[in-house]
Every structure is written in structure tokens, then in C-alpha cells.
Design a protein. Sequence first.
Length: 95
Amino acid sequence: MCPAGAVHDHFIWSEEDELGRGSFGRVFRGKSCYDSKKFVAIKQMARSSIGDVDQLWSEINILADLDHPNILRFLEAYEDRCSFYIVTYLQYARE
């Protein structure tokens, strides 16, 4: 669930890679440091925006257990002293 190391040890992204933002954080298009063809969505949430950290981890655990074609596929979660990060497969809407 929470691999060893920081999220930046596994994925890279920049401010220009922002896909969107909401009340709890921003989502970026990230790339694996190990496989240049693997792109992911990384939701970054400031610790200050999270009221109940235990509730957040409960929701992350539920997300990790879900397996449905209409729900984002969870990969990993990370935390550091400033933020939480949820990494999912990058999905684009089909028309």
C-alpha cells in the first residue's frame, strides 16, 4: 500500500502536468521513474486540508480493494510531512 521511499523516488511530475484541482488537492499526470512508458494520475492533498487522517487511510484501503471497470484503479499511496498522495492508473474518458 505504502511502498518504501517517498513518492518522488518512484514518480516524477511538474506543475505543468496538472490535470485538475478540487477542494482537497490537485491531480497531476506523473511518470514512473522505472518505466518511461508508464503514466499515472497522482492526487496530492495537503495535510492541512485533511480533517481526519484515520478516515482518509480507511478510504484509501477501500479504494485499494475495489476492482471495477468504472472506478479508477488504485496503485499506491504515500505520505510525507506536508502531503498525502494517491496514485492511480491514468484514465482518459472515452466518447
